[in-house]
Design a protein around this ligand. Structure first.
Ligand SMILES: Nc1nc2c(ncn2[C@@H]2O[C@H](COP(=O)(O)OP(=O)(O)OP(=O)(O)O)[C@@H](O)[C@H]2O)c(=O)[nH]1
Ligand SMILES: [Mg+2]
Length: 423
């Protein structure tokens, strides 16, 4: 059963249950009842009022629910109190998200990151039994509670709790150590890509980032109508035209109120965004919550220190738009945004043109003299500049071209006889 109770003043969506519902479905929870309330005041003990909690207890019984999921984050004490009243397992939003992450993580790094986040988040909530801890401690690997049913099974004695705590602490230390090693490797990889132009896809979960990546690189990245389909960063070459290529990375989808522990431990994954020259912010224009989603993504970008990065907004799923005024509003607020349909592969050309523009920079006119034998540079100019004139002499070819200022260093490196800017 799902519960969304938020303070009246809080910055939440109109339909808090909509997103919680899709999160719960992603976690393969069968929803039997839903309850939504705007509360005046948070009750420190039970979050919602005690009377409301008792009413919920009745509904839990009637519907034979075996779990109640709250849309907000609850303190360990609140969870304990609520479990006592409701007599079923209580999960908060972060635990639910962590759980989905746990079942989706594929690479070693993603798995370790999720497990660390789960331990750090659930650690203070450890009044509940950790049935999987034995196997975790023994195997020295694997993920923590995969299915929702595995998290928070109640009923443990003090002694068991102590053992659990010690195991958890040790595991956290081990995880951090192993992640640091992986992190080092990733840093070296990033260093080796220093001179290549890097673009990184960011956006709310399910916006179509992986679909976009597939559309432009034939990457065969897993895309699915499921929240958090991608948990691992993938990087592929994207040939914009004959000569220009960028490295394009796909990242984990963002979600509002991402659990703090998760932002922390996923910083390594999001390092692709931090190190990118350009962010491609994929927006799902068919979503009813498109404006809130854009806001959430910008908040996370700020948290990881990316707010000043060059960003191109891509309005995806225009084929599925429900309300044309939404698209109009979006293009008014973001006049540079480019509409596309990633699944149909439509609207990609203008994106390529814009990125090529970013890479090449402002257009300048240059007079370039090239030795007749330098065929390489001649064909580079034919491919990458607009040729104004071209004069052949005995030993040289004199070009006057318009080209991006950032391509000048490339031209310089290809041994021209002389380069001179023309006003
Ligand atoms: N109608 C329509 N659907 C699209 C379009 N692009 C993507 N989708 C669908 O949207 C869903 C999510 O796509 P993904 O590419 O997995 O989204 P994502 O942003 O990578 O999601 P996460 O990895 O979960 O954060 C899939 O069902 C896609 O088929 C589009 O242009 N039009
Ligand atoms: Mg994806």
């Amino acid at each position: 059963m799902l519960v969304a109770a938020h303070p009246k003043t809080a910055d939440y969506y109109n339909d808090d249950l909509a997103e919680l519902t899709s999160l719960a479905k992603t976690a393969e929870v069968i929803i039997v009842d839903r309850f939504q309330q705007k509360i005046k005041e948070i009750n420190p003990a039970t979050y919602i009022g005690r009377g409301k909690a008792e009413m919920l207890a009745q509904r839990v019984q009637i519907n034979r629910a075996d779990m109640v999921i709250f849309d907000n984050d609850l303190s360990p004490n609140q969870i304990r109190e609520l479990e006592a009243i409701l007599e079923v397992k209580v999960l908060d939003r972060s635990e639910l998200i962590l759980d989905i992450f746990a079942s989706t993580a594929q690479t070693r790094q993603a798995k370790l990151q999720v497990e660390l986040a789960q331990l750090e988040y659930t650690y203070p909530r450890l009044t509940r039994m950790w049935s999987h801890l034995d196997s975790v401690a023994g195997a020295g690997g694997g993920t923590a509670a995969g299915a929702v049913g595995g998290v928070g099974t109640r009923g443990t004695g003090e002694k068991q709790l102590e053992i659990d705590r010690r195991l958890v602490n040790k595991r956290i230390t081990d995880l951090k150590r192993e992640l640091a090693v992986i992190e080092k490797r990733r840093e070296r990889q990033i260093e080796s890509r220093k001179n290549v132009y890097k673009a990184c896809l960011v956006g709310y979960t399910n916006a179509g980032k992986s679909t976009f990546m597939n559309a432009v690189t034939n990457a065969g990245v897993f895309a699915e109508d499921r929240l958090f389909a991608t948990l691992d960063t993938r990087t592929r070459k994207w040939k914009l035209d004959g000569t220009t290529e960028v490295l394009l990375s796909d990242t984990v989808g963002f979600v509002r109120h991402l659990p703090h522990q998760l932002v922390e431990s996923f910083k390594a994954t999001l390092a692709e965004a931090v190190n990118a020259d350009l962010l491609l912010h994929i927006v799902d224009v068919s979503s009813d919550e498109v404006f809130e989603q854009i806001k959430s993504v910008n908040t996370v970008l700020k948290e990881i220190g990316c707010e000043k990065k060059k960003m191109l907004i891509i309005l995806n799923k225009i084929d599925a738009i429900k309300n044309i005024s939404v698209l109009e509003a979006l293009t008014t607020i973001h006049p540079d945004a480019i509409p596309v349909s990633a699944s149909r592969g439509e609207g990609i050309e203008p994106v390529i043109e814009r990125i090529t523009g970013f890479i090449r920079g402002e257009s300048v006119t240059a007079r370039i003299r090239i030795g007749v034998a330098n065929g390489k540079l001649q064909s580079y100019l034919h491919a990458n500049s607009e040729i104004v004139s071209q004069d052949y002499n005995d030993n040289y070819v004199d070009f006057v071209v318009r080209l991006g200022e950032k391509t000048l260093p490339v031209v310089q490196s290809m041994k021209p006889e002389s380069v001179e800017l023309v006003k």
